[in-house]
Ligand binder design. Structure first.
Ligand SMILES: [Zn+2]
Length: 157
């Protein structure tokens, strides 16, 4: 816990470097396990032409490779900004022990990174969302969930 400031400073340094060098959005994240940084990430959305290349996602992918796991057990994520809804979801799937953030969503919004419109979509019925989600009729034949339930080779997670 005494290294808290050091880890956050590194996440902020990654964000600042991105902002100065134009590599991507001004966001950085590091992932710590057992008191050591095991992964770093910076926003690479424009560079990679990947809308999911947020700092937290980049760091989660790297950390999982480092740990050879699909989960971040006992890891702590330090991120330069409060995670957006996509990263919030990814963080819950990765299941780290805790998340620390520096800038708030409101501060990000003041710099042109407003994700409030996504948070507000979460409670809107799918068909009424600004990007409509429409369920299609599904046939029971070859149903992936039934195949999954019956599978004897699946890796449950
Ligand atoms: Zn994000």
């Amino acid at each position: 816990m005494t290294d808290h400031p050091k880890f956050m400073e590194q996440a902020i340094a990654l964000a600042c470097r991105n902002a100065k060098e134009g590599a991507g959005g001004p966001f950085g994240a590091v992932i710590v396990k057992d008191g050591k940084i095991i992964a770093e990430g910076a926003n690479l959305v424009t560079q990679k032409k990947d809308p999911t290349a947020h700092a937290e996602i980049e760091a989660i992918r790297e950390a999982c490779q480092q740990l050879n796991s699909y989960q971040l057990q006992d890891c702590i994520i330090y991120t330069s900004c409060e995670p957006c809804p996509m990263c919030l979801g990814a963080i819950y799937w990765a299941r780290p022990a805790a998340v620390y953030y520096w800038n708030t969503r409101e501060q990000a919004a003041s710099a042109g990174f407003d994700d409030d419109f996504i948070y507000s979509q979460l409670n809107v019925p799918p068909e009424d969302r600004s990007i409509p989600f429409r369920q299609m009729a599904c046939s029971p034949a070859n149903h992936p969930f039934e195949l999954w339930k019956a599978s004897t080779i699946k890796i449950e997670y």
